[in-house]
Design a protein around this ligand. Structure first.
Ligand code: GLN
Length: 394
């Protein structure tokens, strides 16, 4: 409306723009580029899962689900946690179904931190953590993990703790670094938070996407940490259905009560037919999660092999359905934002740079690719990357 004055509007996240995932996906669509940046599968879900959803709608699962999640789904999740990680979880008091793991993380943060509090995150940190902490009125303290290995430096974490620290957020397997926490990391974390009023939030959405025979060190299996942790999981990752937006949070009863206070006013309850479909599908098809590691490891290896000798380095991902591509031999002086832009425009391949996941980005010479793609997509990506690298080398 011309002539109207804009109303003053509080800006609670002044430095936040559109996420790097959306930016790269939009630009890829505009340019008709191959999008292997944002993490989502480009192949269909299991038709039996699709059929279970159609059945759930036909059977009348179309009104509000219970706030904490459908009972049948929470029971199926508890049985799966027992089978996959050997842990006993009470579906009534310790599991809450959420709108993706992102809501689990957001609601958990709102539940436990507020003005004056500090929350520690490790950079590269998944992009939703920091804004959620700040919207809660708390301060995010960023502890960087240094490339190329992105390992934890627990002395540095210890030095970052203050009497105001209330939360530590860990992510294993770690998106976007593609690393996984070791048992020793959990032990070090447990020792640091012992005798302090600190809650832990573990983002374990890639729990089953872990390679080369490694074991996922879930915080649920660490008794001491489990007693003070929220652990967030994702059916989007496990069922190849990122658009379904269904995740869940596991936490001891007292933390779960606090989480649900936020969850009930945030999303209230999650899509009923989707919950009914997963509750029906999951117990009947345990192979869906049992087979995830070999499924994605084969895709990772296919891509690595296709890139062999290309000039790109590719340190094999330890976990997640991503893979880092090291371009230091091709463009040693170019930062990752500039490089990913050039790769998109000149090479026709959209990737994700890592600097947006750091508060103070170090010199990064790698970008992230998603391997949750059809073989043909990965082959075409490798073909374009090789062509780009050979032009760059000339
Ligand atoms: N989890 C997805 C990724 O890491 C991004 C989801 C989103 O776009 N917010 O690529």
């Amino acid at each position: 409306m011309s002539g109207s004055r804009e109303l003053p509007c509080a800006d609670k996240l002044p430095d936040v723009g559109t996420t790097i995932f959306t930016v790269m996906s939009r630009r890829a669509a505009e340019l008709g580029a191959l999008n292997i940046g944002q993490g989502f599968p480009d192949y269909p879900i299991d038709p039996r899962l699709a059929a279970a959803l159609a059945e759930a709608v036909a059977a009348g699962h179309n009104q509000y689900a219970p706030m904490e999640g459908a009972t049948a789904l929470r029971e199926a999740i508890a049985a799966k946690l027992q089978a996959s990680h050997g842990v006993q979880v009470d579906p009534a008091g310790e599991i809450t179904v959420t709108c993706g793991a992102t809501e689990a993380i957001y609601s958990a943060i709102q539940a436990v931190v507020g003005p004056g509090d500090e929350a520690i995150v490790f950079d590269p940190a998944y992009d939703s953590y920091d804004p959620a902490i700040r919207l809660a009125g708390a301060r995010a303290v960023h502890v960087p993990l240094a490339p190329p290995r992105f390992r934890y430096d627990w002395d540095r974490v210890g030095a970052a703790l203050t009497p105001r620290t209330r939360l530590v957020i860990v992510n294993t397997p770690l998106n976007p670094a593609c690393t996984v926490a070791r048992a020793g990391d959990l032990a070090a974390l447990a020792q640091l938070v012992r005798d302090r009023p600190i809650t832990v939030l573990a983002d374990e959405v890639y729990e089953h996407v872990i390679f080369d025979g490694r074991r996922h060190e879930s915080l649920l299996r660490h008794e001491e940490l489990r007693a003070r942790s929220f652990v967030a999981y994702s059916f989007g990752k496990t069922l190849h259905a990122t658009g379904w937006r269904i995740g869940y949070c596991v936490a001891p009863p007292a933390l779960t009560r606090e989480l649900r206070k936020v969850h009930q006013y945030n999303t209230f309850s999650i899509a009923a037919p989707l919950q009914a479909a997963i509750a029906r599908y999951l117990p009947r098809h345990p192979e869906c999660w049992q087979g995830l590691a070999p499924f994605f490891e084969a895709r990772r290896d296919r891509l690595l092999q296709a890139l062999g000798g290309s000039g790109f380095g590719a340190p094999p991902a330890e976990g997640t359905y991503f893979q880092l591509l090291d371009y230091s031999a091709l463009a040693p002086g170019e930062d990752d934002l500039a490089f990913s832009q050039r790769l998109l425009e000149e090479g026709g391949v959209a990737t994700i740079p890592l600097s947006p996941f750091y508060r103070e980005p170090p010199a990064l010479r790698c970008v992230r690719l998603c391997v949750a793609k059809q073989e043909a997509t990965l082959d075409e990506a490798a073909r374009r990357l090789r062509a780009f690298a050979s032009r760059a080398a000339r």
